[in-house]
Design a protein around this ligand. Structure first.
Ligand code: NAD
Length: 273
């Protein structure tokens, strides 16, 4: 069900499905989407300082009928805040904007060269102090993870990376699995750009589901955490209605054939922001 969780390596349970709120910048957009999602049964919300909507997310959470402790809230430290002291300050500012006293998950948004190890030291401190229940990373290649793991005490619980049928991240996923790091897909729908693919439409017709639901089900059967984004109540519901059908092995393989190792977003080795 929508409340199904994955147990992270530190024992914390994280919902497989959450709402992503990137590009919800208008004052009440994230607030309303969060309320719709929680009413539809979502328990996990993925925001970030750089999305500039943490206040709006916090209001949506408060106005929902679900207590804070039953929700799973993720935010991320932005690139310009990386480093030890600056990360501690950025975390405090995020909590304040969300008006919460802890986060469930805090992520390093991008692996800023020369800084992400100091940033991680601050994340470990926040974790030790109990201000965040789990810490993880985003946009880390295997070489970034190898470097981080060789220099740290705590292992990230998740790596949130661009993942969809065009970019299935098979090699990174295998490495993460060995390290007990869960894979979380950003742009799980390929930002909506894959919904016209024939194979997805055909499989959708066969199962009486939409192409979006077929992609999201493919992720779940790959044991991947997903945070699809929509501001529309009907799509928010649609993106969570994934638990009454199953793709066969053969159908999973048909979707795998869409892979081109092709990104819609930036490469973590060359991003510049
Ligand atoms: P997505 O793959 O979730 O696609 C969202 C878009 O697909 C929507 O804007 C809409 O146009 C379309 N869509 C959604 N549901 C649909 C449906 N049922 N039917 C038809 N069209 C539909 O893209 P995303 O927003 O890039 O990624 C999801 C979340 O991942 C973000 O909101 C954010 O929380 C996170 N993210 C993180 C990073 C990172 O660097 N860590 C980067 C990008 C996104």
């Amino acid at each position: 069900s929508l409340q199904d969780t994955i147990t992270l390596h530190n024992g914390v349970k994280m919902p497989y499905v959450g709402l992503g709120v990137w590009q919800m910048k208008d004052e009440n957009e994230a607030r309303n989407a969060v309320k719709s999602a929680i009413a539809a049964g979502y328990r996990s919300i993925d925001t970030a300082a750089v999305y500039e909507n943490e206040e709006s997310v916090g209001l949506g959470v408060k106005e929902s009928s679900v207590p804070r402790e039953d929700l799973f809230i993720t935010s991320k430290v932005w690139n310009s805040d990386q480093g030890y002291d600056t990360t501690l300050k950025a975390f405090e500012a995020s909590l304040k904007r969300l008006d919460m006293d802890y986060l469930d998950l805090y992520l390093i948004h991008w692996p800023v060269e020369g800084k992400y190890n100091d940033t991680w030291r601050a994340m470990e401190k926040l974790y030790a102090d109990g201000l965040v229940k789990s810490i993880g990373v985003s946009n880390f290649h295997q070489h970034h993870l190898e470097d981080l793991l060789s220099k740290s005490n705590e292992k990230p619980v998740v790596n949130q990376v661009e993942t969809h049928p065009r970019l299935n991240q098979a090699a990174l996923k295998e490495y993460c699995k060995k390290q007990e790091i869960a894979l979380e897909a950003w742009s799980p729908l390929g930002q909506g750009k894959l919904l016209g693919e024939n194979v997805l439409k055909e499989l959708g017709n066969k199962h009486n589901k939409t192409a979006a639901q077929v992609i999201l089900r493919w992720h779940l059967q790959n044991d991947t955490i997903i945070i699809p984004k929509s501001v529309h109540e009907n799509r928010i519901k649609e993106n969570a209605d994934l638990f009454d059908f199953e793709l066969s092995q053969n159908e999973m393989e048909q979707i795998n054939e869409l892979n081109r190792d092709e990104r819609f977003g930036p490469n973590p080795d060359t991003f510049d922001f």
